[in-house]
Design a protein around this ligand. Structure first.
Ligand SMILES: *[C@@H]1O[C@H](CO)[C@@H](O)[C@H](O)[C@H]1NC(C)=O
Ligand SMILES: *[C@@H]1O[C@H](CO)[C@@H](O)[C@H](O)[C@H]1NC(C)=O
Ligand SMILES: *[C@@H]1O[C@H](CO)[C@@H](O)[C@H](O)[C@H]1NC(C)=O
Ligand SMILES: *[C@@H]1O[C@H](CO)[C@@H](O)[C@H](O)[C@H]1NC(C)=O
Ligand SMILES: *[C@@H]1O[C@H](CO)[C@@H](O)[C@H](O)[C@H]1NC(C)=O
Ligand SMILES: *[C@@H]1O[C@H](CO)[C@@H](O)[C@H](O)[C@H]1NC(C)=O
Length: 244
């Protein structure tokens, strides 16, 4: 192959790339999807109140500003979509609007250390790109929605220190990438399902300080990557299975 042929190839490839960029850029900058994200965030904010200054959500307004520039919001540079929301310790009171589940590119949702109450919206299953969800240290109640099992990319699920009730759904065993599952300090009832032992990526499992009953399933011994297992302060009985 001659080098000029090779150069021609590279040149036409670059020209093609440039064309592609010119075609894509205007489409992206007026993308209706970032507008969807903005509307979702405004609806989410409308159900929240900031308990004390500084009012960190004051930058969140319907003006011309891009939501990518709002406090606590991170966008993907290339696509300009909201990929992370970190409102940890913002002094927020209120409920989690289901509109938040319209943030279809969201990979990380961190709302821990606030005063959020009410249920986790069942539509949470729409956020299929989520890898991290930390809602710990709030006052969330109700049951863990079954649709959480659709979040198959989830690596961290931290709901510690809330008022979540009901049983631990078996469907959690679909979250095969889960490394951290923290449901400690809630109001969970029922038995520890042996199906949790299918979460083979788990390194940290905290179910402590709940009202779980029954025996510790021996199958948990199959969690070969587990480094921390906390089952303290429950109503469990029997012996610790030797498999563990
Ligand atoms: C982001 O907000 C700051 C302060 O509100 C402003 O100075 C800056 O121009 C904004 N940047 C963009 C890209 O909108
Ligand atoms: C989230 O925000 C808090 C407080 O603003 C900060 O300390 C923490 O590092 C942030 N976490 C991530 C993953 O960005
Ligand atoms: C956003 O979410 C709400 C609540 O789940 C839903 O009613 C609405 O149709 C969604 N909007 C879009 C544009 O997806
Ligand atoms: C939950 O998942 C079921 C089954 O996939 C679906 O039909 C339903 O619409 C979902 N519910 C919500 C609120 O997203
Ligand atoms: C969730 O947030 C709390 C409070 O900031 C933090 O201590 C905890 O480590 C976080 N969970 C995970 C799994 O990172
Ligand atoms: C674990 O997964 C296997 C295959 O993926 C399935 O056959 C089995 O029923 C699951 N076990 C439990 C306890 O859910």
């Amino acid at each position: 192959m001659s080098s000029s042929f090779f150069h021609t190839k590279i040149f036409s490839f670059l020209v093609a790339l440039l064309h592609l960029k010119c075609l894509l850029l205007p489409v992206e900058s007026t993308s209706p999807s970032l507008i969807t994200d903005k509307e979702a965030l405004i609806s989410f904010k409308s159900q929240l109140k900031e308990l004390e200054p500084p009012t960190l959500l004051s930058s969140w307004s319907n003006s011309n500003s891009s939501p990518c520039n709002w406090t606590g919001v991170t966008c993907n540079e290339f696509r300009q979509r909201v990929i992370a929301l970190n409102l940890s310790g913002f002094g927020l009171e209120g409920t989690i609007s289901p509109h938040i589940t319209n943030l279809s590119f969201l990979g990380s949702l961190q709302l821990q250390n606030n005063k959020l109450r009410g249920n986790l919206p069942p539509q949470i299953g729409n956020l299929f790109r989520l890898t991290v969800m930390n809602l710990s240290s709030n006052s969330l109640e109700g049951e863990i929605p079954l649709n959480i099992s659709k979040l198959t990319e989830l690596q961290v699920l931290d709901l510690m220190s809330n008022k979540i009730s009901g049983t631990i759904p078996e469907e959690l065993n679909h979250l095969s990438k889960l490394q951290v599952l923290n449901l400690g300090r809630n109001r969970l009832l029922g038995e520890i399902s042996a199906s949790l032992s299918n979460l083979s990526s788990l390194t940290y499992l905290n179910l402590g300080t709940n009202s779980l009953s029954g025996r510790i399933p021996g199958d948990l011994g199959r969690l070969g990557n587990l480094k921390v297992l906390d089952l303290t302060i429950n109503n469990l009985f029997g012996t610790v299975p030797s498999s563990i």
